[in-house]
Design a protein around this ligand. Structure first.
Ligand code: ADP
Ligand code: MG
Length: 700
């Protein structure tokens, strides 16, 4: 073994070889360190011994004894052979059978001392173990494990990897434990380790894989032992240190010039403001503008519940930038949303001298050329569009602020692109829905964050009801009642990617049924993502004007759409949507002065998860509460849906289970980096290991 055991490629480890190494490789395990930093799936207590006389059917037990006899027993089924061992202790004898494992005839021999572990059952002739875990404790010079690796202790159970059985992995791990150097390097700084009374890395690895007797198996299986927590902390600490370092590195860039804010600018902002800001909006705006006045570019996340009023905050920030002679790019994830923003913004900016343009795919080539020229010359001050805005060849004269709306992880790529172009504007990322704190700390660990907690005053609460599909008449009565009051309705139909075609047909048919059979005296229209953008615009425009009464739509209305007169939303197949998505959808109603209703229509029977989601929505309309629930129900991987999430690949930590540790790791990383002059070794470790440990290559 070379000096650096941990970075050694697994194929060169004794007993691994090319084939197993390839299997491990496929599971993302390349080096010894990768194996050491991988938790067992679970642990089993095989330490408590039961005398043979005390064995009962149904029990899972460990016995130690001497091999009386062993051999292959033919069976009546052709080609099927049983290997059988009889083991005796002072109280009696028991049999163990191993179907089709003739090779064991070279493993077991009479007089060996062996341990068996497994469930017992009763077969005609007596009690037996079937396929137990076994171990030759003494008397087998060829077994390198030398006893008490697989039995007679608390044993780790690893997930099978290709041809590597849990048992093989256990043997391998045991062999690696013996090779761990006494002075194993530790990436967690010793001062941090001491302050938190964490075990050394070496001890933590040893005790995670081969726990001492007496450690609670429950604690092990909950991944709550000191050793396990130390390894989880390490993972989180390194990740957070990386985030903080990245953030500090970004702070070294200089933007073109900081903005200044004076009374003239404040007055200008007031002229476009259509209402009083809520306290939360004021605080967020102050935080944003403070960043903008700094020499380093802003990288801020603005979180707020659906309808919290993030747009106006961003627009006021944009106004400050424009008053300072900067251009602003305002980006939305979809064209519908971009158009909607464009409309709102143009209206709000009317009293100002600033010119805003829209740049979306639906422009004619000539119009697009003209718009691009105006952006390049600076006669257009603000441009609204999709992400193509900064990704494409759009040249700005003096880009000062980029606002990225309604997208969780959108910002990362765009920030990188901008930097690639040598631009360091202020960047404000706005999320579509609240994100649980731990996830925000992880996916956006390199951003500063502002949160708007409250909704603007006068909002009517949204009544949410869940109804099975079978009560359709009742559902339509609710819709009709709103239409009769002059209100409008959304009927949302899910599109599941895998069955998009079928679903789209279903949505189309539903729109027809609604028009022809259910609401013949009202106007119903269909909106879906496969429509051309000018068609979409037309439909959305007509709905916004009130010319369409019922908008049957796939989830394209999910984000941002704002029609205050729409007061009822029916969500078909609510069981198919994620919790955050449903919350987001529901936020399309309750936008005006009228009381609103959201009807979640589900197909019975519901799964437990489906139940949990629908219950959560009926119970609360607080997006922050819903986000936490969603994370619990779905887990972090799914929280962000299919979009690039920006979440690191974690090996031992779990963002739900270990969220407290993540916050602790963040605090410690910030404090340590603030106080130390010796960050270099950690920086070096992170640069060398970042991609392999966290799977995110230099994003943001
Ligand atoms: P979101 O945070 O979901 O993007 P929006 O910015 O679209 O929310 O705002 C939702 C609605 O609330 C808009 O119609 C907006 O004009 C309105 N609004 C925002 N802030 C206030 C406020 N302080 N007072 C009254 N209405 C507001
Ligand atoms: Mg919005």
């Amino acid at each position: 073994m070379p000096a650096d055991l941990l970075s050694q490629a697994l194929q060169f480890v004794k007993g691994v070889g090319p084939r197993r190494a390839a299997d491990l490789h496929r599971a993302g395990l390349l080096t010894v360190e990768d194996l050491l930093l991988r938790f067992p799936l679970r642990y089993e207590d095989r330490a408590r011994l039961t005398p043979v006389a005390g064995l009962r059917p149904g029990m899972t037990a460990t016995v130690v004894g001497e091999v009386l006899s062993s051999g292959i027993r033919p069976t009546r089924r052709p080609g099927f052979r049983l290997f059988e061992v009889a083991v005796r202790d002072a109280s009696g004898a028991v049999r163990a059978v191993f179907p089709n494992q003739s090779f064991l005839k070279d493993v077991f021999h009479p007089q060996q001392q062996v341990v068996l572990f497994g469930p017992l059952d009763y077969r005609g002739s007596g009690l037996q173990f079937t396929n137990p875990e076994y171990e030759i404790v003494r008397g087998d010079a060829d077994d390198p494990d030398d006893g008490h690796v697989h039995t007679g202790r608390i044993v780790p159970i690893y997930e099978k990897v290709g041809s590597m059985t849990p048992r093989m992995q256990r043997s391998l791990m045991h062999q690696l434990m013996a090779l761990l150097p006494e002075d194993l390097a530790d990436p967690v700084p010793s001062s941090v380790r001491q302050a938190l009374a964490l075990p050394t890395r070496r001890d933590a690895i040893l005790h995670t894989h081969f726990p001492d007797m007496g450690v609670s198996v429950e604690a092990l299986n909950a991944f709550r032992t000191e050793a396990q927590r130390r390894l989880i902390f390490e993972e989180f600490f390194l990740f957070q240190a990386g985030m903080v370092l990245r953030k500090r590195q970004q702070a070294q860039y200089l933007k073109a010039r900081p903005v200044v804010v004076d009374d003239r600018i404040r007055a200008a902002a007031r002229t476009v403001l259509p209402f009083k800001l809520t306290d939360g909006q004021k605080v967020a705006l102050r935080e944003i503008v403070t960043d903008m006045q700094r020499a380093a570019p802003m990288h801020r996340l603005l979180q707020g519940d659906v309808g919290a009023g993030k747009t106006i905050v961003a627009l006021l920030a944009a106004l400050v930038a424009m008053e300072n002679g900067f251009q602003v790019a305002f980006m939305a994830p979809t064209e519908i949303l971009a158009d909607q923003h464009y409309m709102t913004i143009r209206r709000l900016l009317e009293p100002s001298r600033f010119r805003v343009a829209s740049l979306t795919g639906s422009l004619t080539a000539a119009k697009k050329r003209a718009t691009l020229a105006e952006i390049a010359s600076g006669t257009t001050h603000m441009v609204v569009g999709t992400h193509a805005l900064v990704e494409g060849a759009v040249a700005f004269r003096d880009l000062g602020l980029v606002v990225i709306d309604e997208q969780h992880r959108f910002g990362v790529v765009q920030r990188a692109t901008l930097r690639g172009k040598g631009l360091h504007p202020d960047v404000l990322v706005m999320t579509a829905t609240p994100i649980p704190r731990t996830l925000a700390l992880t996916a956006f660990g390199d951003l500063d964050s502002s949160v708007i907690r409250e909704l603007p005053p006068g909002r009517q609460p949204i009544r949410t009801v869940a109804k099975p599909d079978s009560r359709r008449d009742e559902i339509y009565r609710l819709v009709r009642a709103e239409l009769e009051r002059g209100r409008q309705a959304y009927v949302i139909y899910p599109l599941v990617e895998e069955s998009e075609k079928v679903d789209l047909r279903a949505a189309t048919e539903m729109a027809q049924t609604l028009q022809n059979d259910v609401f013949p005296e009202y106007r119903v229209a269909l909106l879906h993502g496969k429509m051309k953008s000018d068609e979409k615009d037309q439909v959305m425009g007509a709905f916004a004007r009130g010319d369409i009464h019922v908008l049957a739509a796939t989830t394209v209305v999910e984000v941002g759409v704002d029609v205050a007169n729409a007061t009822i939303m029916v969500v078909e197949h609510a069981e198919r949507f994620g919790l955050s998505q449903l919350h987001q959808l529901r936020g399309r109603v309750g936008r005006g002065a009228h009381a609103s209703t959201c009807v979640l229509v589900y197909q019975a029977p519901l799964t437990d998860q489906g139940h949990a989601r629908i219950d959560a929505l009926v119970e609360t309309s607080d997006g922050f509460v819903i986000a936490e629930r969603d994370l619990e129900i779905r887990g972090p991987g799914d929280f962000f849906g299919t979009r690039q999430s920006g979440l690191p690949t974690l090996r031992v930590g779990d963002l739900v289970r270990d969220h407290v540790l993540m916050e602790e790791a963040r605090r410690e990383a910030v404090a340590w980096l603030d106080g130390t002059t010796e960050a270099q070794p950690l920086v070096d470790y992170l640069s060398a290991n970042w991609a392999q440990r966290f799977g995110l290559v230099a994003v943001g």
